[in-house]
Design a binder for this molecule. Sequence first.
Ligand SMILES: [Zn+2]
Ligand SMILES: [Zn+2]
Length: 557
Amino acid sequence: MSRTLVTSALLYANGPLHFGHIAGAYLPADIYTRALRMAGEDVLAVSGSDDHGVAITIAAEKAGEDYASYVAGWNARMRETFAALDIRYDIVSGTSTSPPHADLSREFFERLDANGYLKERTTDQLYCATDEMFLADRYVQGTCYVCGHTPARGDECPSCGTWIDPLKLKEPSCKICGTAPETRSTTHWYLDLPKLRDEKIGAWIKGHEWKSNVAGFIENLLEDVPERAITRDMKWGVSLPASVGERGEGKVLYVWFDAPIGYISFTKELMVERGTPDAWKDWWQSEDTSLVHFIGKDNIPFHCLVFPSMLYGAKDGYVLPAHVPANEFYNLKGGKFSTSEGNAFDIPNFVEQYGADVTRFYLCSSMPETADSEFSMELFIQTANTALAGTIGNLAQRVLKFIDKNAEGKIPAIHDDHRAEMDACILNECGAIEDPVEHIRAFRFRRAAEAIVQNAAVGNRFIDQMAPWALRKEDPVKGESSLATLCEWLSWTARWMAPIMPTKAQELWSMLGQQGQVLDQPAPGLPRAETWRTLRAGTPLGEIVAMFPRLELPETE
Ligand SMILES: [Zn+2]
Ligand SMILES: [Zn+2]
């Protein structure tokens, strides 16, 4: 059976998730996973945090925390955010805590080395004799050799933007102790990306069908592929394999190298927990797997070129990605998402105020699929009130309240005399009907959100056309048939909604008196006249509640 392995970009553990991340890599992964599962497919969803690297050690030192508890704090906050938004993975782990991660990362190093894709080089680097360590770029500051700005960091000048070679910085000093560093030689390993490109990955990239915005991005990627250092002189990270001996002392794998291996480590970790320790291979080393990386566009070179090169170069039968549905950037209209706790855009706080599904729906409907897009508070409120309360909620209220009052609160029966007329009306004459799951499969998330509302509008037009309130007096049997048809429509609406708005879909499903979880229902597809009616007449409705309370724009402070 074919399988789909879904990954979301690992969150760099030195800050919280904001809506930009969520709309870019996490919500689409969750919606996609739920939709495919409704379609009966075997899906595994994996994410977590990327815990290593200099930016983290510096931030942790500044915060006065040890590295492990610093990253654990951000990892915990990430989980809270996922829980608030009902974003679910089979596993959320972290590269510093996942038990198989260090060994697996070292295994990649050794496999790539054995297969001739690593090069060893000795270069000069700045070394602080006081702190007894090589100074990674961000641990050095000095005067920019291009514009004279002080202080320029060891990786970038904040004034002129030059990518700094730390060895050329004027008057360099150690950021930890302030003393002048000396130059010492050090050995590092480099991934031979040009060789991997020429041997396999270049042709693979050219022959692969990419999402349109990704294709534009990677066209130029292959021209200038550098060899990249995969090791660093640092303490926080994955230490090198014992096989390299003394030369590996004081060094760790570069964070960019071990981070994506996290996807595999976390899968391994999960399968150990499930008691099937070898089952990770079915996902990572099987041609039946469709590997899908959900990422933001800044991660495209990495997931389309570098990680595939590593997967191929290990020569262990790893699958290469089938889809990299990268999103563009998602910004806050007129500002930046401030994510400090308690702030309006602190996600758990926001969701508590407005609800998870309304937030999910709006993010989905404004997702930066093909171009940058933005979150607008005005449009958020408008979407909640018009598309959700005004169209979907309104349909449910009109139908179910009416039945509650006038039809004993039970799903009415369709009478054979009316079946053909009603089917023709709702399926053909009240507007276009689209299958949201088909759009989700094709990574058209915005269109999927629109389709749900569009389909609900079909139900509203059917009510206006049939006018059940008038039929109740003129032709009560036909009135019942129209209400039966509308109940069927609501049950389709619930199933269409489920991947994007799981809680609201379940609410609607329960109001219709249906048992079990709506997400356990088969993906609905499109209704066909012969088969689309599935409800049992006489089923008592559940408690009728207002699905989408109207929202007010917050007063500006
Ligand atoms: Zn400068
Ligand atoms: Zn120092």
